[in-house]
Design a protein around this ligand. Sequence first.
Ligand code: DAK
Length: 262
Amino acid sequence: MKNFKNIIFDKRDNYYLIKVNRPKNLNALNQDTIAELKQSVDFIKTNYKGFFGVVITGEGDKSFVAGADIKEFTGLDKKASLKFCKNGHELFNSIENMPIPVIALVNGYALGGGCELALSCHIRIATKNAYFSQPEINLGIIPGYGGTQRLTQIIGKSRALELMLTGEMINSNKALDYGLVNQLANDNEDGLVKCEEFIKTLKRKAPIAIKNVIKSVNNFYDKSSNGFLEEINSFSECSSTSDFEEGVRAFIEKRCPDFKGE
Ligand code: DAK
């Protein structure tokens, strides 16, 4: 894996840690950062055996990602704007469709594209100083990296509309109350411990079942697929694994299963 300029890509014991690393710009997402994130996600997709999660966070303790890099917007014409949109959508769809769970450790500002990055992850853990908003309305645009869809899916239409129409910034307590985040943490360190605890739980589960839970839940939101049919297919894939045999055997023998991901 090559060295990156805008992100830190780290292999830990059982998970990958990705940090957006532009603290001087509050980790704003420029196009180079989006390209590097995409490369790292593509790498993980073909190298995830033995890894049970991915943590995405921001460098420093002030900002997760303070949005798309506004400085790249001057003179943006329609063609370039569509290209930006496409790049962002490809990345965030790719994160959402990862075969292992992706946790956003939101450690400060998650604004605009930063909030959308967090929304594309499967789980969100926020530190007490985290703030969320979709402030695009203040720039005369709308969320362009999937925010109109995913925010609505996650917190419901009324609250999503309110946040997107006002651009209001909410703190981590309110985000927890809205169901936008799964857990709160005191600070970065505590947040990482909570991510690791979650990943440790996943380590005891069957990898193919994990992959198929993510796929099946995503199917619910995919208008081109029949989620019930897809569930049947995913279930039947799981039921023909040796992990399923092992899970049943372990239950009967009153012991913990030893899943192999096969
Ligand atoms: N982009 C670029 N630079 C940013 C930035 C951003 N989003 N946010 C902060 N910075 C930079 C600041 O310019 C400043 O740089 P210097 O002036 O020191 O060079 C540095 O980070 C520190 O920021 P502040 O000095 O402003 O720090 P404060 O603590 O005073 O304020 C803040 C923190 C987060 C409240 C403030 O920085 C702020 O309001 N930032 C902007 C937040 C925001 O509006 N973000 C954009 C959301 S809209 C698209 C697809 C998607 C999108 C757009 C188009 N297309 C497909 C075309 C997405 C749009 C968005 O994300």
